[in-house]
Design a protein around this ligand. Structure first.
Ligand SMILES: [Zn+2]
Length: 331
């Protein structure tokens, strides 16, 4: 089995974005240390809208130049370790700006690509992909939607095909959430699904389709999992506190739902989730799944998660391979 450790490289989008240092630079350096130590590769889905805004504001606000330089340096460190740098789009950056003190994040009516017109979508996707391609000097071939909001894919298919994006990794089978910001429904995708080709709908396999969906592995988490997370966080805050220092965009109703009923959620290296990786990977491997995609966020890294992730890699390095997205062949 191939284990694809993927990370969405970004700030927070709630009232506090958090700092570049704590949300991105410090935790990512700890992840890159694992790549160095074990010779594994990771894939980083970079929130390009943020970089474009950093660059746009850096002239007027010199303090942002330092943030931009640190991020650029770290992306080059990722590449030096043969990690993959791919496209993550949070289009709300189009409406968000820096006021000299902090980023004012505007998400209402612009959180997902589907909130924009066809012409705007085309322009955003092309501009972001071009920026990343220029920065990395590599083709952009894989995509993960901000907040998993990749639907309806029919609105993205044409521009994706045009710029050479072949692979999407936004789907986690069984996942579903609707709110004023979020809108995704992956309940139609069979659980433990292998990668599949598709055309206009990310949930409907089409043989010889132009695109490949490489779903994020998912798992039915029982309420006890979230109760333990909640309790441990209070008992051992230093081990379970996220390194990122911002606040999440609200997901109304989500907390109550996970604490009261089993919910399909992603397999993740974030926080308390990382303790499940060994068991989950063994289960997928036993079912013959070829690609086990794990999602994480540097901002969501904890001391506990880092220990668990390292233990997972150390104990499985001879059993599984740990490639990046672009090492996979889709021909
Ligand atoms: Zn994101």
């Amino acid at each position: 089995m191939q284990v694809l450790l993927s990370f969405d490289y970004e700030l927070f989008f709630g009232t506090e974005t958090g700092s570049v240092e704590q949300c991105m630079i410090r935790p990512t350096n700890l992840l890159l240390d694992l790549c160095r130590k074990y010779g594994i590769r990771m894939t980083f889905f970079v929130d390009v809208g943020y970089l474009i805004q950093l660059e746009a504001h850096a002239g007027r606000f010199p303090e942002l130049t330092n943030d931009l330089n640190q991020v650029r340096q770290q992306i080059s460190d990722m590449q030096a370790l043969n990690c993959d740098v791919q496209l993550h789009i949070h289009p709300h950056w189009e409406k968000s700006a820096y006021d000299g003190q902090k980023w004012n994040i505007v998400t209402d009516g612009c959180y997902k690509l589907d909130d924009f017109s066809d012409a705007e979508i085309e322009q955003i996707v092309k501009r972001y992909a071009h920026y990343l391609q220029t920065l990395t000097n590599k083709p952009v071939t894989s995509f993960r939607a901000g907040g998993w909001c990749v639907q309806p894919f029919s609105r993205l298919a044409k521009v994706f095909a045009e710029i050479g994006i072949q692979c999407d990794s936004s789907v986690f089978p069984g996942g579903q959430f609707q709110s004023p910001h979020y809108d995704f429904d992956f309940t139609a995708v069979p659980r433990f699904s292998p990668a599949y080709r598709f055309e206009d709908d990310v949930c409907v396999p089409v043989p010889n389709g132009r695109f490949v969906e490489l779903p994020i592995a998912s798992w039915l988490y029982k309420p006890g999992f979230y109760w333990r997370l909640y309790v441990l966080g209070r008992l051992f805050p230093s081990r379970h506190k996220m390194m990122g220092d911002g606040t999440f965009l609200a997901q109304p109703g989500r907390k109550t739902s996970v604490l009261t009923q089993p919910v399909w959620n992603h397999v993740s290296s974030d926080g308390y989730y990382a303790g499940m990786l060994g068991k989950q990977a063994a289960f997928y491997n036993q079912r013959g799944v070829e690609h086990f995609v794990v999602i994480g966020h540097p901002k969501g890294l904890t001391i506990y998660a880092l220990e668990q992730l390292e233990r997972f890699v150390r104990t499985n390095q001879n059993k599984y391979s740990f490639p990046s997205f672009s090492e996979l062949e889709w021909s």
